[in-house]
Each structure stands twice: as C-alpha cells, then as structure tokens.
Design a protein around this ligand. Structure first.
Ligand code: PEP
Ligand code: MN
Length: 408
C-alpha cells in the first residue's frame, strides 16, 4: 500500500516547503519466482541491451525505415512498436492494429531483430502468437488492472513466450509484483520488468516520476528478475534521455527501452520523446558502461569500506535506540506532569538547530529534514503509547489492520 504524506514544518516566521513522500511496504523476504535468465532468450550482443523502435507503428515504410537503421546499431537487439495504443481520448490515433503484425514479420526477416509488441487484450495476444511476435509486453495502463492481467495470463497459459511487464501508472509496487506473479503462475518464465516511471499529478521535470527506489526494491525482492529502464516514458522529452539512461545503467539495470522514429517531430504518438536512430546511436555512444565488479585490489578495498559502514550502522542503531529510551522517559515525565506531547516550539528549535549543524558537516538539507521528521514521528508515536496505553496500536497491529482494510 502506498501512502502519500505531506509534511509541513513551521519555522518562526517562515513556512517551510512541503515535502512529498511515498512509503511502500518493504517485504524483507525475497520472492521466489521461477525465472529463466534474460541471456537465455535475448541473443548476446554489445552492452547495454537496447530495445528500440517507434512508440506506434504508423505505416509500412515508417516501420521498415526505422528498423533498418536500428539494425545497424550493435546494441539494438529488439525492435518495439505499439500496434494497439491505449489513448485517453477516442479521437486520438489508436494504432494500426493487426495489419502491423505483417510489417513486423518483415522486420524479423529482413533485419534479424527480435520484435516486441504491447498487448492489452486476449485478442492482441492471440494475434501476436499467430504472427510469431517474439516478445510481448504489458503496458502501464494494463498493469493497474488485476482483472486484465489475469485475463492475459490465462490466454498465455502453456505458451512459451517472453513477457515484459511495465510498472503500473501509480507507485504501487504490489500491483507490479502481482502482475509478475500472475504471469509466472500461468507458466511464463521468460519474464522482465520495465521501469517507465510513475504518474505525478503536478507539473514536474519528468513526464513520469522515476522514483528509483521502487524498481530497486523490486530488484531486491526478486533478484533474478531483469529490470529494463524506459527513459522515453520517464522523461517525456528528448533532452533528458541521456542522464536517465546513464542513471539506469549505474543502478545495474538490465537494459534500456528507448523510442525512436524516422521523423520524431511528426510522430503520431509521443512525438516529444522520440529520437532518430542517428541520435540514438550518439546517445548510446555517450553512455559510460561501468563494470559491476572490479579487480582483486578493488574488491578488498570495497570490502574494507563496507565493513566500516556496517560498524557505523550498528552505532547509528544503538544511538537511535538510546534516543528512543530517553524519549520514553520524557513521555513518562510529561504524563506525570500532565503536559502535551507535541510542543511546536521545541520541534521548530530542533529543526533549526539540526539543519544548521547538518549543513556545517556536509549533510543534504532535504535528506536531513526527512530523517528528522521520521525520528520525530516515531518519538510522538511512542509518547502517545505512554500517555494513553491501549489506544495506540503497535506497528504490527497497524499493518494487520491496514491489510484487513485493504481487503474490504
Ligand atoms: C509505450 O510503450 O508506448 C506505452 C504506451 O508505454 P506505457 O505503457 O509505459 O505508457
Ligand atoms: Mn510511447
């Protein structure tokens, strides 16, 4: 479950900015999905793995022109094209539909690229299977709907085809996981996830917020699952593609899906974010591909530094625990003297003092503000428990209650 919380910190004479924060349930256990590694279903080639092609197939010539140019780029191993486009308004271009499947066959035959198509309805799956599409993907609008995902999983039962699952529009990791689980239960073992960012209701730099912590958490929960980044739908504009692609590689993502078009400005869908094959090649050439592990000397030094971090984390936790014990003592003292828990003046002083101290020792202000807020909330929760025992649920009970609520 995702909770959106607004924090307002009031300083004397100044309203501090509102931080927008998402929480999602962290499942400590790793999920066991039965997954066939990406290297078994996508031929090896230059790194990173790139999936590219137009947002929408528009005409035979447009598809073939872009495919021929992409095939000359060593990193591009899969050709993508949308045939059925999920559009907000019915007057918009909704894709060429089944006729495009014949064009994709020609792409396979002429260029040797694998083909990938978005499917949203069981009929789409059937048409793709009949026409030997190599890879299917579920779009962000489909993954938000478990009924649709279930229907698609059912037609895919017993079919050996790779399926990639985009993240749902909203930042709910459970929906993403749920779609992967449904497909896996239907026997789909060639699975990958695509990170395409999350809808955000305010005007922002990105068309869809990357919220990197969510794909990172997905990777942590299912370590065998390849996660491919889709910078095109995250950015919504060309000039940001390089930095987002680089970040994805630095986070060890398994590849990139980048939309390309022969004449991007005149594309029928997503014109602002598509690039020419030429610009794609330049972008790929500018990426720094780092190794995931280093030589012996590097590993030894890294190990040493990590041990330092482990030690410091233990110290941090010890200090936190001791701080909470004092918080409890204060709570008890306030109770005995019938004093309120939250004293805004004191809280404002803490923020002011700690931010000053933090900035002097090189800590990021935003980070510090969030951390202080978290510690403060926990302190209040503990003191509430002391003031009115029985009324306050412990975190386990709260989680149980939330899960129960979500089933209603
Ligand atoms: C697309 O890939 O063109 C598309 C519609 O993507 P998403 O489902 O991520 O919006
Ligand atoms: Mn698109």
């Amino acid at each position: 479950m995702v909770k959106a919380t607004f924090y307002k910190s009031v300083m004397p004479g100044k309203l501090w900015e509102v931080c927008f924060d998402y929480f999602y349930p962290i499942n400590i256990m790793e999920k066991q999905l039965d997954i066939i590694p990406l290297s078994d279903w996508i031929p090896k080639g230059s790194s990173p793995l790139v999936i590219s092609g137009p947002c929408s197939a528009e005409s035979y010539t447009q598809v073939m022109d872009v495919a021929r140019k992409l095939a000359a780029i060593p990193q591009v191993r899969v050709f993508r094209a949308g045939l059925w486009k999920p559009r907000t308004r019915p007057s918009a271009f909704e894709g060429v539909g089944e006729v495009g499947l014949q064009w994709l066959k020609d792409v396979q035959q002429e260029t040797g690229l694998l083909t990938a198509v978005e499917v949203a309805r069981p009929e789409h799956v059937e048409a793709c299977l009949k026409n030997n599409v190599d890879i299917l993907w579920l779009g962000a609008r489909t993954v938000v709907n478990p009924f649709s995902v279930q229907e698609l999983s059912e037609v895919l039962k017993g079919v050996d085809i790779p399926v990639m699952v985009k993240n749902p529009l909203n930042p709910d990791i459970s929906l993403w996981l749920g779609a992967l689980e449904r497909l896996n239960q239907a026997g789909i073992r060639k699975l990958a996830a695509i990170h395409r960012g999350f809808y955000y209701y305010r005007h922002a730099l990105y068309r869809n917020q990357p919220m990197w912590e969510i794909p990172i958490e997905l990777q942590r929960q299912i370590p065998d699952l390849p996660v491919i980044c889709d910078p095109s739908h995250i950015c919504g504009r060309r000039d940001l593609l390089l930095q987002v692609s680089q970040k994805a590689l630095d986070l060890e993502m398994a590849g990139l899906m980048i939309e390309s078009h022969i004449d991007p400005d005149h594309a029928l869908t997503d014109a602002n974010q598509q690039i020419t094959p030429f610009d794609l090649e330049t972008l790929l050439g500018s990426l720094i591909v780092r190794q995931t592990t280093g030589n012996k000397e590097f590993e030894t030094k890294l190990e040493m530094l990590r041990r330092e971090i482990d030690k410091m984390d233990a110290e941090l936790l010890d200090i936190l625990s001791r701080r909470m014990k004092i918080v409890d003592e204060i709570g008890q003292y306030k109770k005995e003297n019938n004093i309120t828990i939250l004293q805004i003046r004191r809280w404002s002083d803490i923020i002011f003092d700690r931010l000053n101290l933090g900035s002097r020792i090189g800590l990021d202000r935003e980070f510090l503000l969030q951390m202080l807020q978290l510690v403060h909330e926990e302190s209040i929760r503990r003191q509430e428990g002391i003031m009115s025992p029985g009324e306050i649920m412990n975190p386990e009970m709260e989680k149980f209650q939330e899960e129960k609520d979500s089933l209603l």
